[in-house]
Design a protein around this ligand. Structure first.
Ligand SMILES: Nc1ncnc2c1ncn2[C@@H]1O[C@H](COP(=O)(O)OP(=O)(O)OP(=O)(O)O)[C@@H](O)[C@H]1O
Ligand SMILES: [Mg+2]
Length: 293
């Protein structure tokens, strides 16, 4: 086989992809990247495997990935099985003590351990944490954007960063978004909020939110209306018009940027390996939000 034939057989595009990734790998080496894992990427078994492999790869190439996860659909399905009412206001789950109990059981007992086991199996030991472990989160009560009382929905007031730095040296931290206040009352924390608080506290280089849409859409009903890049000021300006689950997410992006995180990304968790595509290729796939363009 001639050199040219061998080149074709190997596939020049594959080499191209590797070479394209190199400057990114160099740029991200030793950096902390916080990943909010939620939505569709959590439901499909193949996507769950892909996600675990991607995160393990990040660790192998020298990044410090930290996972913060939600579990919205799974909490809802358990609540429905128990005949409990499910209600959201401003994208936040209305949470009475029984709701918080279910959220804790599902997030900490099931979703968190599923992720930890999968990362372990793919070759990087992970440690699961909730906001209660090592006092990771101190939480205060939050009301809905309109001021309505939505029960035990918490806002993170403090993150115990030393604990995370410690664990992240050798393990991939996997954090379930629940926590307690000073009096020991438990709260359901929106996972986007939690990811943003963790990213700020760690001084993360980037925070990425995997979700079940392509990114921030100009028109939520039109997948073609993706906004691929926006500044924090542009997001701030649009905030009044944003509804549903995108609201806490965009607020989390804003808080992250204002808290010193380099960039925030909303990416499509339904797309296999969207994490790697966003981080290591020139063509971003979702919405990139930064302090400026
Ligand atoms: N402008 C918008 N652009 C994109 N999605 C939007 C917009 N407005 C509302 N949404 C809704 O936000 C949803 C994503 O947020 P949602 O809270 O449901 O998922 P998640 O945060 O990824 O997962 P989880 O809450 O379980 O952690 C989308 O499925 C969409 O229905
Ligand atoms: Mg959400």
């Amino acid at each position: 086989m001639s050199i040219d034939e061998r080149r074709v057989a190997i596939g020049e595009d594959r080499i191209g992809t590797l070479l394209e990734a190199l400057p990114y790998i160099r740029e991200f080496h030793g950096r902390t990247i916080v990943i909010k894992y939620g939505g569709a990427a959590m439901e499909d078994p193949q996507l769950r495997e892909d996600f675990a492999r991607d995160v393990v790869l990040l660790k192998y190439v020298g990044l410090n990935p930290v996972i913060v996860h939600g579990g919205g659909p799974e909490i809802t399905s358990y609540m429905e099985r128990l005949g409990m009412p499910v209600e959201f206001v401003g994208g936040l789950r209305v949470s009475n003590p029984a709701t918080v109990e279910i959220a804790k059981m599902v997030l900490v007992g099931k979703v968190n351990k599923d992720i930890v086991l999968r990362l372990n199996r793919h070759g990087q030991p992970a440690v699961g944490l909730s906001g209660d472990d090592g006092n990771l989160f101190r939480v205060g009560r939050q009301s809905a954007p309109g001021g309505e009382d939505i029960g035990f929905v918490g806002r993170i007031e403090r993150v115990e960063v030393d604990l995370l730095h410690h664990i992240a040296q050798d393990y991939i931290p996997v954090i379930a978004s629940v926590g307690a206040d000073r009096e020991g009352n438990s709260y359901n924390v929106n996972a986007d909020d939690a990811a943003s608080a963790v990213a700020r506290a760690l001084g993360a280089y980037k925070v990425l939110f995997l979700t079940d849409v392509r990114g921030w859409l100009r028109d939520p009903g039109d997948p073609e209306s993706l906004i691929s890049e926006a500044t924090a000021a542009e997001v701030q300006e649009a905030m009044a018009t944003i509804v549903g689950g995108m609201r806490p997410k965009l607020q989390a992006c804003l808080d992250a940027i204002h808290g010193g995180v380099g960039n925030a990304y909303i990416i499509d968790g339904r797309l296999p390996h969207s994490l790697l595509l966003e981080l290591f290729t020139d063509a971003g796939t979702g919405t990139k939000i930064g302090p400026s363009r």
